[in-house]
Design a binder for this molecule. Structure first.
Ligand code: HQG
Length: 179
């Protein structure tokens, strides 16, 4: 089974379009593993998919995108569904990073970092991760350093994503440094 392909489909279902799979996410983004498996099996491509495949999909991925706890599964981040998924607020590290396309640098410096299609702004724990994120959009990405400590002290909310990804509400330009 192609776990990368499975992961993309599970991400699509759990982040963006659960209704296409007749799934309903709860407030924290969880659905029953059995319900997800039933929905996936309707596609001949995934007719043999089992719980063990979802576990392997997660353990073999280079990024921690999903978690399974007590028979339920959810995406850690990336949601665009209309109902806001409730994430746990937390105190961020002093500095976080955001990697993006060079062509949007000026717009971000003017408007701040916005979630755009997603529910939260996605920030990286380290420069290396920000480079990987930015490379999805630009072979020579632009990296912003975020003064997360000051932003948090001044009331900007930050939330747990996974160990490399932090989530936040809009980050105003005053907390962004071009590096
Ligand atoms: C940009 C992937 C213009 C922002 C990644 C980004 C991440 C602005 C884009 C996760 C802007 C949104 C999320 C402004 C923000 N003007 N552009 N004012 N404010 N932007 O994909 O952070 O592999 O929604 O710079 O690794 O790129 O899918 O967010 O380029 O962790 O698991 O608007 O998705 O993870 O793009 O990526 P996205 P992102 P997965």
């Amino acid at each position: 089974m192609n776990y990368q392909e499975l992961s993309k489909e599970v991400s699509y279902a759990l982040r963006h379009a659960p209704w296409e799979y007749e799934l309903e996410l709860d407030d924290d983004g969880w659905v029953g593993v059995d319900q997800l498996l039933t929905a996936l099996k309707l596609n001949p491509k995934w007719s043999d998919v089992k719980m063990a495949d979802l576990a392997l999909m997660i353990s073999e991925s280079e990024k921690k995108r999903h978690e399974i706890v007590d028979g339920r599964i959810r995406a850690f981040y990336g949601h665009s569904v209309p109902n806001r998924i409730l994430k746990t607020q937390a105190t961020p590290p002093a500095i976080l990073y955001h990697g993006t396309a060079r062509k949007v640098k000026d717009s971000i410096l003017q408007e701040g970092l916005k979630p755009n299609q997603r529910q939260y702004v996605h920030l990286s724990q380290d420069v290396e991760t920000a480079m990987q994120v930015g490379k999805r959009r630009d072979s020579d990405p632009f990296i912003f350093e975020i003064d997360a400590k000051l932003a948090h002290e001044n009331g900007v909310k930050f939330y747990l994503g996974n160990e490399k990804v932090w989530l936040a509400d809009v980050i105003p330009p005053r907390y962004l440094n071009a590096i």
